[in-house]
Design a protein around this ligand. Structure first.
Ligand SMILES: *Cc1c(COP(=O)(O)O)cnc(C)c1O
Length: 389
């Protein structure tokens, strides 16, 4: 059977060049990067090289890059680390209601431990209003955490404006850029970002490796205590193959991002237009223009998203109902809810997230098989029958 993978916001296949770059660090250069001998020093050099690539890509200095185990750890580190190191100054944190659970649940945890959290609303396209950020700031505010681009609907947030406000008020600004890295450009200086999270497996790199960028001078408390790794900011023997793989993935993204973005936008719009032409009662979720080039989130009225996923899966097509964490539960997405999407319509939502290896032929296959699936599911819906009669 044909297999079409359209769930790249959940994870991406590891680029063959990335795998190739990693292999020697399992087999030959297996040393501990803290060791003084040649085995160790070769590993150390590989880490330094990767660190430089990551730093350059986001406009940072190498010493501002800390390797972690994941995007989730980076988000935890940024938020808890700043909270604990600055609690004498204040205990108020501003975030949005559409963040990834790595941010939301970290804030929720801090909310139960003496911190006050403001969850900002979004408009119907999923955009945070910078004026709301400004208005939420109090003398107690120590951190603003707003994501660069949303993983479920792809909306790109106005983080340039938010960074400007944060800088003006001398408040730390963290952005979760896990979903945007490698898809759209980002520069920590131009955008006044103090902390930035990214993850390897969302940009054709390996799983289990992440980065937290920490601007020089930022007061932050480590999460993981132990040895003196990562300049005392994150203990634990470095994941050398993972770090090398991430460096390679970033190097590839730097070369291919611009072209890929045009390619994916066209492919995504081909999918949207093809579906729109054949199926009625559908809604686009997310910003119509300021959106990640690869992301298309659609609501199909009168059907359950889960049923669409299963039916597409039987035809070899992999999509998701939003975030990997919410699928499997029947609870509607917190992102769509915050955008004001009616629960009945949110239930019928599907996220198509495209990747560099998808082809027009694959997209046309989806356009061909989807209408039959939707019509069949709608035939079973009492609400749809009622509307038609
Ligand atoms: C995937 C994702 C994360 C979590 O990253 P992991 O490396 O999978 O832990 C965090 N934030 C966003 C926006 C994501 O899409």
């Amino acid at each position: 059977m044909r297999r079409v993978y359209l769930d790249h916001n959940a994870t991406t296949p590891t680029h063959p060049e990335v795998v190739k770059a990693m292999l020697p660090y399992y087999e030959d250069v297996f040393g501990n990067a803290s060791s003084i001998h040649q085995f160790g020093q070769q590993a150390r050099m590989a880490i330094d090289e990767a660190r430089e690539k990551v730093a350059e890509f986001i406009g940072a200095k190498p010493e501002e890059i800390v390797f972690t185990s994941s995007g989730t750890e980076s988000d935890n580190f940024a938020i808890k680390g700043v909270a604990y190191a600055n609690e004498e100054k204040g205990r108020h944190i501003i975030t949005s209601s559409i963040e990834h659970h790595a941010v939301l649940n970290t804030c929720k945890f801090l909310g139960k431990h003496g911190f006050k959290i403001t969850y900002l609303p979004v408009d119907r396209y999923g955009v945070v209003n910078p004026d709301d950020v400004r208005k939420a700031i109090t003398d107690d505010t120590i951190l603003i955490s707003i994501m660069h681009a949303n993983n479920e609907v792809g909306t790109i947030e106005p983080i340039a404006e938010i960074g400007k406000i944060a800088k003006e008020k001398e408040i730390y600004f963290h952005t979760d850029a896990v979903q945007s890295i490698g898809k759209i450009p980002i520069n920590v200086n131009e955008l006044n970002i103090d902390l930035l999270s990214l993850s390897g497996h969302k940009l054709y790199g390996p799983k289990g490796i992440g980065v937290l960028y920490i601007r020089k001078g930022t007061r932050i408390q480590p999460l993981i205590h132990g040895g003196h790794h990562e300049r005392n900011r994150r203990a634990g023997t470095e994941n050398v193959p993972g770090i090398v793989g991430l460096g390679k993935a970033i190097e590839i993204a730097k070369l291919s991002m611009e072209k890929e973005s045009i390619y994916l936008t066209n492919l995504r719009d081909r999918l949207y237009n093809g579906i729109k032409e054949k199926i009625d009662n559908i809604y686009l979720n997310g910003h119509p223009v300021n959106r990640l080039p690869n992301t298309l989130n659609l609501s199909f009225e009168f059907v359950e998203g889960e049923s669409i996923i299963h039916n597409l899966d039987m035809k070899g097509v992999a999509v998701s109902s939003g975030s990997a964490c919410t699928s499997g539960s029947l609870e509607p997405s917190h992102v769509l809810k915050a955008m004001g999407v009616e629960p009945a319509i949110a239930q019928g939502s599907i996220r198509f997230s495209l990747g560099k290896d998808n082809t027009e032929e694959e997209i046309d296959y989806v356009i061909e098989i989807l209408p039959e699936i939707i019509f069949r599911l709608r035939e079973m819906s009492p609400l749809y029958k009622k509307k038609r009669d």
